[in-house]
Design a protein around this ligand. Structure first.
Ligand code: KG4
Ligand code: ZN
Length: 336
């Protein structure tokens, strides 16, 4: 058959991104315009500000993705777009742009679940990866343990009951007086600290549960910081970061390995922004090796939000017969 060129658009949070992907796994361009600097002074993403910035940027980013790929708009075979989960105003910008393009070009429109996009980043990273495998998706908005049975066929084993992992990282970082986003900053500090110096709780929930809870660990860190400040003690931010990161990663790694055993799969893949975490990558790889499991994770750009992963997901969705129409709407709380 002939090549399928997907133009993909991602605007679910604070990255405006567009990509051209050939046949699902070959990325011809992946342009990411980050708004992080814009949101830094507020200490987090301001939804209204994000939407406005997406409106300013979306056409420029789309045009650049075509230029970088050396592809003309009329060569595009289908449009893929994130329609949830995410910030409603932010999602609507991408969805509207995608609908306009699909209508003008008379090509199929495919609505993509952002979480599915994160999983698919691994298909781009490793061209030989095929389901089934177990995927731990950890980002600023989601923490899911998913058995990927086949392309587009997911069994959610567990998810967070409160904060997402990245959210916990960001909130702890804020309490430590670090900037936004906090995840990479904590990661950097943790590498210089002693993970055993301060023992924060590991929350495993019920023995047979694959759900997560991170608000307890987060509160424990905040209480520790407040307590030490009240006592006038000098706080080692390196040790706090290392202790927090260790507590979180031990729980994630334990549940992920148990999930792989239960589902009898020999492959574990990481996805989402927190998959960039060096401690998580290291511990999961080490523990996986002990159990004879392969552990894979995407390169840093493919971990955090980007449109290439959406283009990949759109390709497999369209092979599975999924099509959206021009009534496609943003679904802020879309489930996997
Ligand atoms: O996937 P993503 O770009 O956006 C969402 O879909 O949420 O993830 C962003 C999250 C933020 O919470 C950020 O702090 C976290 O990923 N993050 C990290 C690291 N890099 C990004 N968390 C821990 N360690 C990192 N190295
Ligand atoms: Zn994301």
């Amino acid at each position: 058959g002939s090549d399928i060129l997907t133009l993909a658009i991602e605007t679910s949070c604070d990255e405006t991104s567009a990509a051209v992907v050939r046949n699902g796994r070959e990325v011809l361009s992946n342009v990411i315009s980050s708004q992080i600097d814009l949101h830094k002074k507020f200490g987090g993403v301001v939804p209204e500000v994000a939407s406005r910035k997406h409106v300013e940027n979306v056409n420029l980013v789309i045009q650049e993705s075509l230029d970088v790929a050396g592809i003309k708009l009329k060569e595009i075979d289908q449009i893929g777009v994130t329609y949830g989960p995410g910030l409603v105003g932010a999602l609507l910008v991408g969805v509207s742009a995608a609908k306009a393009l699909a209508y003008a070009l008379k090509v199929p429109l495919i609505g993509v679940n952002h979480i599915e996009g994160h999983i698919c980043a691994n298909y781009i990273e490793d061209k030989t990866l095929t389901p089934p495998f177990l995927c731990l998706i950890v980002s600023g908005g989601h923490s899911h343990l998913v058995h990927v049975k086949d392309y587009g066929i997911y069994e959610v084993l567990g998810k967070t009951r409160d904060d997402a992992v990245g959210e916990a990282f960001d909130k702890v970082a804020r309490a430590m007086g670090l900037g936004y986003p906090g995840g990479p900053l904590i990661d950097g500090l943790a590498q210089k600290g002693d993970p055993e110096a301060i023992k924060f709780p590991r929350v495993y929930l019920e023995a047979d549960s694959f759900d997560f809870s991170f608000s307890g660990i987060k509160s424990a860190v905040l209480n520790y910081l407040n307590g030490e400040r009240q006592k006038g003690n000098k706080i080692s931010l390196e040790n706090v970061a290392a202790g927090f990161q260790q507590a979180v990663t031990e729980v994630l790694v334990h549940k992920t390995i148990e999930g792989a055993k239960q589902k009898k799969t020999d492959t574990i893949v990481l996805a989402g922004g927190v998959a960039a975490n060096s401690g998580l990558r290291k511990l999961l790889t080490e523990e996986g090796k002990k159990q004879g499991l392969r552990v894979k994770y995407p390169s840093l750009t493919l971990c955090t939000d980007n449109a290439a992963m959406i283009g990949c997901a759109a390709y497999y969705d369209s092979l599975g017969g999924h099509r959206a129409d021009l009534y496609l709407n943003a679904v802020p709380n879309l489930k996997l």
